[in-house]
Design a protein around this ligand. Structure first.
Ligand code: PRP
Ligand code: MN
Ligand code: MG
Length: 179
C-alpha cells in the first residue's frame, strides 16, 4: 500500500487533536438538547465512530446510504436513497456527519431531504472540505480540515473502495489512478 501513496496530508495525531476540538464545539452547541448524529455510509464510518466517542453528552446515531447516479466519477446531484434512517427525526436535532464534502451536491440534496421531515434542526459536520464545496450554498457548521483539490484517500475516503482503513489522510500517487 505504501507505494500507492504520494504524501500524508493529515496525520492520525492531527485528526485526533482536531476531532477533540470539534467534539467540544458540538458538546457546547447541543448541551441539554436531543442530538442525533447521522452518518453517511460508507465514508463517514471512521469519523462517526471516533467523533461520537469524543463527545461527552449522550447522542443517538443513525445511518443513511445514498448514491448519486449519473455519468462518470463526479457526483451528478441526483441522489437515490439506498438505506434510509431507521428513526423518525421529527423535532430532533440532526447533525449530518461526513468524511468529505467535494462538489457539495450529495449534501445539498440530503439536507433538503432531511429538512422536509420536520426536524428541529439540521447541521453539517465534515472531516474534510474541498474547494469546490464553496460553490454550493451549504451551511457547514463544523469542518475538520480544508484540503486542496487533490486525489485524497484514507480515514474513510476511498479510491475504488480501497484505502478507507488508512488511519491518516494522504494523496494517492498518480500511477494508481492513471492506470
Ligand atoms: C463520497 C463522500 C461524500 C460524497 C462527497 O461518498 O464520502 O459522501 O462523496 O461528494 P460530493 O460533495 O461531490 O457530493 P461516495 O458517494 O463516494 O460514497 P462512499 O461514502 O461510500 O465512498
Ligand atoms: Mn460518502
Ligand atoms: Mg466514495
Amino acid at each position: 500500500m505504501g507505494q500507492d501513496l504520494e504524501k500524508i496530508l493529515v496525520t492520525e495525531e492531527q485528526i485526533k487533536a482536531r476531532q477533540r476540538e470539534m467534539a467540544a464545539e458540538i458538546d457546547a452547541t447541543y448541551a441539554g438538547k436531543d442530538l442525533l448524529l447521522v452518518g453517511v455510509l460508507k465514508g463517514a464510518v471512521m469519523v462517526m465512530a471516533d467523533l461520537a466517542r469524543e463527545l461527552h453528552n449522550p447522542c443517538g446515531m443513525d445511518w443513511m446510504a445514498v448514491s448519486s447516479y449519473g455519468a462518470g466519477t463526479t457526483s451528478s446531484g441526483v441522489v437515490r436513497i439506498i438505506k434510509d434512517l431507521d428513526c423518525d427525526i421529527k423535532d430532533r436535532n440532526v447533525l449530518i456527519v461526513e468524511d468529505v464534502i467535494d462538489s457539495g451536491l450529495t449534501l445539498s440534496w440530503l439536507v433538503g431531504n432531511l429538512k422536509s421531515r420536520g426536524p428541529a434542526s439540521v447541521e453539517i459536520c465534515t472531516m474534510v472540505r474541498k474547494p469546490l464545496a464553496f460553490d454550493v450554498e451549504l451551511d457547514i457548521s463544523c469542518v475538520g480540515f480544508d484540503l486542496p483539490n487533490e486525489f485524497i484517500v484514507g480515514y474513510g475516503l476511498d479510491y475504488a473502495e480501497h484505502y478507507r482503513n488508512l488511519p491518516f489522510i494522504g494523496t494517492l500517487a498518480p500511477h494508481v489512478y492513471q492506470g
